[in-house]
Write a protein that binds this ligand. Structure first.
Ligand code: USQ
Length: 381
């Protein structure tokens, strides 16, 4: 299957591309190095050094024998994107080409504008390029569980039936985000749902929770194939940050009381979900939604787990409840449904001490790269 991965240089895009190319997919990656540029400009470089995308593809070819095609360009540039889609004729397209950070989107007006325009324009262009150049192509859009927020009712898998004044209909589950980034993901969903209804596109929306880890079969082949791994306040996500903080001897930064509950997923499972989605496309005119998580934790629970594993490895790990820089509920009901991907065949890799030990071990090897000053940068909602 020909699969086009937009955002192929990122934390998820790169390991997904490598994994799929070894499992019977012909993979083309597109990226404009937005994440690299933002990290360089904001002085929050990732933990592992990253060769450029051409170099990474070459290293991967040398160590695995599998090929990846690379195109550098901006998905907001419709001439560029439509030509890539026209020439490659993908059967599936994974859209990761978004500004993915909630804190970055709240940094200042410029960052808000970049997030809004990048995310919406790239999604609009994806819908158009597919319609005009490869109308049967299955669009797999990376959504986020954060689109739903933390409502006081169970979170369904995308859709809800509403009964009202004696009648009923099926709607997208209500959405209310708690950052501008998450709001753009809701707007992406609305855009694609509109074009699904209007143009009969086939779309899968993967509502993913925070992903953790960085070790896959392919990233373990060679350190130069490791993924884009941030641990700073802007681009790092919570569990990844806690593990690096533990290695650095920095207190784990639990925001507020730490009762915030989210659905988490191992990077390995995230890739497996993408493969399952690609191999099981929806019908034309269908927007299919999966909640892409495998278990739920509070921030407090994650901190306790990291503390236990970190201490067993000789690190002095303390947990600190810092003032919450975000506007979010700290103690709330959270009960999402996430059966769809397991029904398609996902076998979850849960968060265990062993999983954490392996991640710790690699982080320790690179500990000389850790810069503690980026753990807290003062970004507030
Ligand atoms: N948190 C802490 N301490 C930290 C960092 C985060 O307590 O040092 C808390 C946050 O306040 C939040 C939770 O941990 O309650 C998750 O925060 P996060 O930074 O790990 O994740 P988030 O900002 O929600 O965004 C990440 C990815 C985003 C993805 C999203 C899935 O950056 O691309 O869409 O996870 S979800 O959270 O389900 O919306």
């Amino acid at each position: 299957m020909r699969i086009l991965i937009l955002g192929g240089d990122g934390y998820l895009g790169w390991p997904t591309a490598m994994a799929l190319s070894r499992r019977d997919f012909e993979v083309m990656l597109v990226d404009n190095y937005l994440r690299r540029d933002l990290c360089r400009n904001l002085n929050v470089e990732p933990l592992f050094p990253l060769p450029n995308l051409f170099e990474r593809a070459k290293i991967f070819k040398d160590v695995s024998g599998s090929s990846l095609s690379v195109r550098i360009g901006d998905c907001r540039d419709y001439v560029f994107l439509s030509k890539v889609v026209k020439d490659f004729q993908p059967e599936a397209l994974i859209h990761f080409a978004e500004q993915p950070s909630a804190p970055y989107s709240m940094l200042n007006h410029e960052a808000a504008m970049l997030t809004l325009s990048n995310n919406l324009e790239s999604t609009l262009n994806v819908a158009w390029a597919v319609r005009e150049m490869a109308p049967d192509c299955h669009i797999i859009k990376l959504g986020t569980m954060g689109e739903y927020g933390t409502p006081d009712i169970d979170i369904e898998e995308g859709w809800i039936e509403i009964h009202h004044k004696g009648r009923k209909d099926r709607f997208l589950f209500p959405r209310q985000a708690s950052s501008l980034y998450h709001t753009t993901k809701i707007q992406d969903t609305d855009l694609l749902w509109f074009y699904v209804r209007t143009w009969n596109l086939r779309v899968t929306d993967l509502m993913q929770g925070p992903v953790y880890g960085f070790l896959t079969e392919e990233t373990s082949l060679d350190d130069r194939l490791l993924t884009f791994f941030n641990y700073d306040e802007l681009f790092g996500t919570v569990l990844n940050r806690f593990m690096v903080q533990a290695v650095a001897g920095h207190p784990l930064t639990v925001y507020g009381s730490g009762g915030q509950t989210r659905g988490y997923i191992n990077l390995i499972d995230s890739i497996a979900c993408l493969e399952l989605a690609a191999k099981n496309p929806p019908a034309p005119g269908e927007l299919r939604v999966f909640n892409q998580i495998t278990e739920t934790f509070t921030v407090r629970q994650l901190a306790e787990m990291v503390k236990k594993v970190g201490r067993s490895r000789g690190h002095e790990v303390e947990i600190k409840n810092v003032e919450n820089p975000r506007v979010e509920s700290e103690e709330h009901y959270y009960n999402p449904v996430y059966t769809g991907l397991q029904e398609l065949g996902l076998k979850p890799n849960h968060l265990t001490d062993e999983v954490m030990h392996k991640a710790f071990s690699k982080i320790e090897e690179f500990s000389q790269n850790i810069r503690s000053e980026v753990f807290t940068m003062g970004i507030k909602w």
